[in-house]
Write a protein that binds this ligand. Sequence first.
Ligand code: MRU
Ligand code: ZN
Length: 207
Amino acid sequence: MKKTKTFYDKAIALAAAGSELYDRGWVPATSGNFSLRLDDELALLTASGKHKGRLAPTDFIAVDFDGRPVTDGKPSAETLLHTQLYKRFPTVGAVLHCHSTNATLLSRLLADSGAIQLTDYELLKAFDGIDTHAGSVAIPIFDNTQDIAALANEVDQYLLEHPECPGYLIRGHGLYCWGQCLDTCMRNLEALEFMLHCELEMHRLTR
Ligand SMILES: CSC[C@@H](O)[C@@H](O)C(=O)COP(=O)(O)O
Ligand SMILES: [Zn+2]
């Protein structure tokens, strides 16, 4: 595939998001990966192993929804965790994966319960379709593995049964979330990180 102006515009937008996320401490030491939908067959994704706070427009690769690169370079090791979302949900336009302290610690602390219930937070209203704090949103926690295809299958099975899920944790690893566009995805990520931080503090204060 020839890299178009759209490809580079989206790469620049994701690089700016990466810089912001790095400044927040959510993608240390080359961790994390980001993507944007290009069309109904392709997505733009970070190349593997790059520092996600200092991405250049050349640090992005176009992949199909089976994770195969269609431009030069090596896409993220976690490519399938992005492409599965574009494949399952035609409305998803952006996917962000971060390794914040909150996501890493909470996913370890609460792994046995299988999910974190976010309940009675005003910030639940940041998610599309939720207009009240009075409710609960489950954030599932999957076991970490280097077998990304197996993890993608597990996640896909969960999302088939819970299409309203706004994101998920991988134990001791990090958070995946998505949205219709990059702005929405950043908003969802910020809301999730805020509530994960609250949950961690509650755990600390009440244990
Ligand atoms: C730097 S360790 C983190 C990686 O193993 C992975 O989890 C990650 O988020 C980044 O992998 P990448 O292949 O650069 O997309
Ligand atoms: Zn990761």
